[in-house]
Design a protein around this ligand. Structure first.
Ligand code: 13P
Length: 250
């Protein structure tokens, strides 16, 4: 059985006090045992305060980004070791906003994945096509290139803690959720890719999450798809009540 994971990606939202308020509300509302793993990805400044606020709960912490470098003279960067130090379990790597706004290439994403793995956290590798790519019917070749280049040099044993998130760019923040058949088609393809490259057992074990305009109205249908193992929620995760609603629909 693959584990189910629901991640709240707050992006560049919430001050420290707002973050503490939100995770405390989440913690109180989710006090019972959850069947899915609940993860919160606050901005860097809120990570450590959130770590303290969620202690004693089952909520886990993710960072939204990490440096491709190990340590040293890289002004403004945050290293994998620093994230491990504040108990981050997960790190989002290669989110489409990093790729499109900050020019992160597959090569940079590959270096970031290596850093996360070296410090024994779970990377959440984000992939997904633009509207133009989908309209040109190049979704699968595009995703294949992203996976091939981002995973270059990684071996089967590196992928044991790996998570993939399929986030079609055209569905992010637009309200245009992909249809459940579009989602299952791509998720099934991604699982096949891992089975072919790294063997059936690993392909079957890798959690594949969906992200892109997930809300309380579509979460349950998306989660019913065979190869969907969780959700990466942006806008709808900012309000703890809505996020809890999404979790309860899954
Ligand atoms: P929205 O849920 O706001 O579309 O964002 C999705 C996302 O980018 C999560 O990483």
């Amino acid at each position: 059985m693959r584990k189910k994971i629901i991640i709240a990606n707050w992006k560049m939202n919430k001050t420290v006090s707002e973050s503490i308020r939100a995770v405390t509300e989440l913690k109180n509302k989710l006090s019972g045992k959850q069947e899915v793993e609940i993860v919160v990805a606050p901005p860097f400044t809120s990570l450590h305060p959130c770590e303290i606020a969620i202690s004693g709960s089952a909520i886990l912490l993710a960072a939204q980004n990490v440096s491709e470098f190990d340590q040293g003279a890289y002004t403004g960067e945050v290293s994998a070791n620093m994230l491990l130090d504040i108990q981050c379990e997960y790190v989002l790597v290669g989110h489409s906003e990093r790729r499109t706004i900050f020019d992160e290439t597959n090569q940079i994403v590959q270096k970031k994945l290596k850093q996360v793995l070296e410090y024994e956290m779970s990377p959440v590798l984000c992939i997904g096509e633009s509207e133009l790519t989908r309209k040109a019917q190049k979704t699968f070749s595009f995703i294949e290139e992203q996976l091939t280049e981002c995973l270059r040099g990684l071996k089967e044993e590196d992928l044991l803690t790996f998570v993939v998130a399929y986030e079609p760019i055209w569905a992010i923040g637009t309200g245009n959720t992909a249809t459940t058949s579009q989602i299952q088609e791509v998720h099934g393809w991604i699982r096949d890719f891992f089975e072919k490259q790294y063997g059936k057992a690993l392909g079957q074990a890798i959690p594949i999450l969906y992200g892109g305009s997930v809300s309380e109205t579509n979460a349950s249908e998306i989660m019913k798809q065979k190869d969907v193992d969780g959700l990466l929620v942006g806008g709808a995760s900012l309000d703890p009540e809505r996020f809890v609603n999404i979790i309860q629909h899954c």
